[in-house]
Design a protein around this ligand. Structure first.
Ligand code: FUL
Length: 457
């Protein structure tokens, strides 16, 4: 029996900011990698590319946005500058940008086109600005480059409306004169906080953590309260197998709320390569990634690279469409809307019937000291079910350590699913089962479980 109540009490004090909650509620959004690499057929430019190679012929950001929306995405993050240093906007601080390219005779601004298209389409806009810059002669010179980088950040965060996310890539290689830069992260963060206080600073930043791989893999236990530095001063890397269990948290010196973001591409590369038109990931693979990430307490950042026309390729558009259709279909009818929710225990205020509504204002809770609960969902008739969606009230931290889903079958209970962490959202998928009673048992929790929503599909 687990005994460390003091630790659990401490752990549930780690809660998300409103900014982090808003970000996680976005669930699924797009990455768009576009630069000179699109035209040189590379993944990393070396900074010597001439802006004259940048020649999109049919660029249409509305096409990107419509395709993203068809997949159910809620935002788009554009690579305003990748490692090659080429800027998709006419930055006043460099000549290495669209302003010296043939695109719109140097009068184009793709950050503006993308930001405007997102606003027109009703999705949020974010920026990726690579700190690693293989073109800028100031790179590797300390403050001089930080000034340059902060000036560019300021342009992006001032001239393009609301930004939901600034995605900082930690990559740090050599610049044009062979030197590496020591990034002044704290200074970069303060620029973001002062100009776009609602924006999340992702990955190399405090608000959202990298899930640790670019393949779309996830952990079975994904915790948002995570240990970043241990008592012996060892850092806990983003790639560590465990960042949040009680064991690792008991060793933690520094811990924060940081939900994981799964970043992966719809194709093998981050940039467009014609040869990969036949390697667009299958609907099955993408659906699986969606369920493991969005349905596994992570957000999903899926990259779609525009081609040399400046459009998403037809294959990618088709795939985004079918992904969106298939997700929509699976969640179109909630089968527990008219069900009765009851529990073996509650705290007298937060009762099981509040589980129907998907809101943090009403939630189910047990009394302090009661770390298990049995929630029974009784349907008016037998229905074929294959998913249970469970959401914790993350305003009160992430608490659930283990749960099971069962259905009533003849005289007994038949196991459908057994899981560990829940967090923002857990989608428990099981084989289609005809039943009129489902039982969700929280078998272990850090202090009283606080559940905001349960739905059956
Ligand atoms: C990495 C970069 O090196 C890749 O090119 C890509 O931008 C990926 C999202 O991050 O660090």
């Amino acid at each position: 029996m687990y005994q460390n109540f003091m630790l659990d009490k401490e752990l549930i004090k780690i809660v998300p900011s409103e900014r982090q909650i808003r970000h996680q509620q976005m669930e699924f959004y797009a990455f768009v990698h576009f630069t000179v690499n699109t035209f040189t057929d590379k993944e990393w430019g070396d900074g010597t590319e001439s802006p004259s190679v940048f020649t999109p012929t049919e660029l249409c950001c509305d096409q990107w946005v419509n395709a993203c929306k068809s997949a159910g995405m809620t935002g788009l993050i554009l690579t305003a500058k990748h490692h090659d240093g080429f800027c998709l906007w006419p930055s006043a601080y460099t000549e290495h940008s669209v302003k010296n390219s043939p695109y719109k005779n140097g009068k184009g601004d793709i950050v503006k086109e993308a930001a405007d298209a997102c606003r027109r389409g009703g999705i949020k806009f974010g920026v990726y600005l690579s700190p690693w810059d293989r073109n800028c002669p100031l790179y590797g010179q300390g403050k001089a480059y930080d000034d340059y980088y902060c000036n560019q950040l300021t342009e992006l965060l001032t001239n393009y409306g609301d930004i939901f996310c600034v995605w900082f890539d930690g990559a740090c290689g050599e610049g044009p004169n062979g030197k590496k830069q020591v990034y002044d992260w704290e200074r970069y963060y303060s620029v973001v906080r002062s100009l776009q206080p609602d924006a999340c600073i992702s990955v190399s930043g405090p608000d959202v953590r990298w899930c640790g791989n670019e393949a779309g893999n996830t952990r079975d236990c994904e915790w948002s309260p995570v240990a970043r530095v241990l008592k012996d001063n060892r850092k806990v890397e983003d790639t560590a197998p465990d960042l949040g269990s009680r064991e690792i948290m008991s060793e933690a010196k520094e811990c924060f709320w940081q939900a994981a973001e799964v970043d992966t591409s719809i194709r093998p590369g981050w940039f467009f390569h014609k040869r990969e038109n036949i390697r667009v990931r299958s609907l099955k693979t993408l659906t699986d990634i969606y369920f493991r990430s969005v349905g596994g307490n992570c957000t999903l950042l899926l990259n779609i690279p525009p081609d040399t026309r400046g459009l998403f390729h037809e294959e990618d558009v088709k795939r985004l469409n079918s992904l969106g259709q298939s997700i929509k279909k699976m969640f179109s009818v909630c089968l527990s809307q008219d069900a009765e929710f009851s529990s073996d225990t509650d705290d007298g205020i937060h009762t099981a019937d509040s589980l129907k509504e998907d809101s943090y204002d009403t939630y189910f809770a047990t009394e302090e000291g009661v770390n298990t609960a049995v929630i029974t969902i009784t349907l008016p008739e037998k229905r074929k079910l294959h998913m249970a969606v469970i959401k914790e009230n993350i305003r009160n931290s992430q608490r659930i350590e283990a749960f099971t889903v069962e259905c009533h079958h003849g005289k007994g209970w038949k196991p459908l699913y057994s899981g560990t962490t829940v967090g923002y959202k857990k989608i428990a998928r099981f084989r289609p089962t005809l039943t009129d009673t489902v039982r969700i048992t929280i078998t272990d929790s850090r202090i009283a479980p606080n559940i905001s929503h349960i739905a059956l599909y």
